[in-house]
Design a binder for this molecule. Structure first.
Ligand code: GLC
Length: 436
């Protein structure tokens, strides 16, 4: 005890006499206190939250586990959202409108970008990714990720509307795949009549939601028409080509080629009916291929894909879809968010999500990947379709414009309005929206 006391007095004397000692001991005490405060906070991982469309959740889950294992300081909180793109968009929009969004990352449909960027909800990515890196992506996906020249999104999967058909049924009937809209109707009817086991000729998406707008753009462009010219704000919905496009869709129902239920179908309803073996043709995105060819699927090995049909003298057009990652401007963790984006857009992850979820990669190199080409023989065809895609208008008011079109398409498809009345009203409302 004596020794301790003596030692303590010595220390005190030394403390009084030496300025250097006083300074050093104060600094040490300060550093220790700071460490005690900072250390526990630092050992808590950063949590990044984001919404993910329900069907994509199982594909991403194992990849998220892999990311977290490699990045022990980051946790990814994936929140399951509805399937329809416009519903997920609404959830993200209302969270931004309420102030600081709880989401750090935004998995964005290509059609949300202009609105989200114009509203200031996204952090520009210019300083994070070099031009040389961007060249590795499909040009349409990068174009769709820019607003007023700035990049706000990095794509992890592209999409293209395609026409699926049953190779076995066409072969049995001795028919070629259709090229025009009327070929499609005729081929479908011939097969429906020849083989009464196939009840329906064509399934597509007619519900009031974003998928119907995407589907309509390709029928519209295939008739030589357009929706909105983003350069001039000109609206083409009441032109003869647009009315012919809608009449084609209605004729599929009137002629018994499509079930009246298509007026309530999204992608999955169409896919399930087609997969049950009961339909000749289907309009859908490439994700369906993987499911159609699963073990136990009644149509496994009996399906092929081709570009959407077109009117005589026009070209086929596939709607450009696709998803990419953006960083919420309100996040406290932009660096960690960028780490996650680099992972989700990497060739490794894109190959996995393509193999397991059937998604189309946005990286060009993967279209030469032997494993993917073995599984997806239609990849070269998709690249060709994406050279001249049908684009939904890249305008900041896209969500409202799409909502108008969806409402009037639905009114016509469910027989509440004539195609002319529907499209004239849609054109009028769109013009007033755009101030034209
Ligand atoms: C797909 C497309 C997306 C589109 C949506 C419509 O997810 O990738 O762009 O908006 O389908 O249902």
């Amino acid at each position: 005890m004596e020794i301790v006391r003596e030692y303590w007095f010595k220390l005190l004397r030394y403390w009084r006499s030496s300025l250097l000692f006083r300074t050093l001991s104060l600094l040490t005490a300060f550093a220790l206190t700071a460490l005690l405060i900072v250390l526990p906070a630092r050992s808590q991982p950063v949590v990044l939250s984001f919404l993910m469309n329900a069907p994509e959740v199982p594909t991403l889950r194992p990849l998220i586990a892999e990311f977290e294992q490699k990045n022990s300081g980051i946790k990814l909180n994936m929140i399951e959202a509805p399937n329809a793109s416009n519903l997920v968009e609404d959830l993200n929009t209302s969270s931004f409108l309420l102030g600081s969004s709880p989401y750090d990352l935004i998995n964005m449909d290509v059609v949300w970008l202009s609105k989200f960027a114009a509203a200031g909800w996204l952090r520009p990515l210019e300083d994070l990714v070099s031009k040389a890196e961007l060249v590795n992506f499909l040009p349409g996906d990068i174009e769709g990720s820019r607003y007023k020249g700035k990049l706000y999104r990095l794509p992890w999967r592209t999409d293209a509307g395609m026409l699926y058909y049953r190779t076995d049924l066409l072969k049995q009937a001795g028919l070629k795949p259709p090229e025009t809209f009327s070929d499609l109707l005729q081929t479908a009817k011939t097969i429906q009549q020849a083989d009464n086991k196939v009840q329906w000729g064509y399934v597509w998406q007619g519900r009031q939601y974003e998928g119907a707008a995407a589907m309509f753009t390709e029928v519209l462009q295939g008739h030589g028409g357009f929706w909105v010219n983003p350069q001039t704000n000109e609206v083409g919905l009441d032109r003869p080509e647009a009315i012919a496009a809608l009449k084609f869709l209605l004729s599929t129902i009137d002629q018994g080629v499509s079930p009246p239920g298509v007026s309530t179908y999204q992608e999955e309803e169409a896919r399930r009916l087609f997969q049950s073996g009961n339909t000749v043709f289907m309009r859908n995105w490439p994700y369906a291929w993987e499911l159609l060819n699963q073990a136990g699927s009644p149509v496994r090995g009996k399906v092929s894909i081709q570009p959407m049909v077109h009117a005589p003298g026009q070209e086929s057009a596939g709607s450009l879809g696709g998803w990419g990652w953006g960083i919420a401007s309100t996040t406290q963790h932009p660096q960690e968010a960028w780490k996650a984006i680099q992972f989700f857009t990497s060739a490794y992850v894109q190959k996995q999500t393509s193999l397991t979820g059937g998604y189309l990669p946005s990286l060009r190199s993967l279209y030469n990947d032997a494993d993917l080409l073995k599984k997806y023989e239609y990849f070269p065809l998709v690249l060709k379709v994406l050279e001249t895609p049908a684009l939904r208008p890249q305008i900041a008011q896209y969500a409202q414009a799409s909502d108008i079109l969806q409402r009037y398409l639905s009114a016509a498809v469910s027989g509440r309005t004539s195609p002319e009345e529907a499209l004239q009203a849609a054109a009028r409302e769109t013009r007033s929206l755009l101030g034209a």
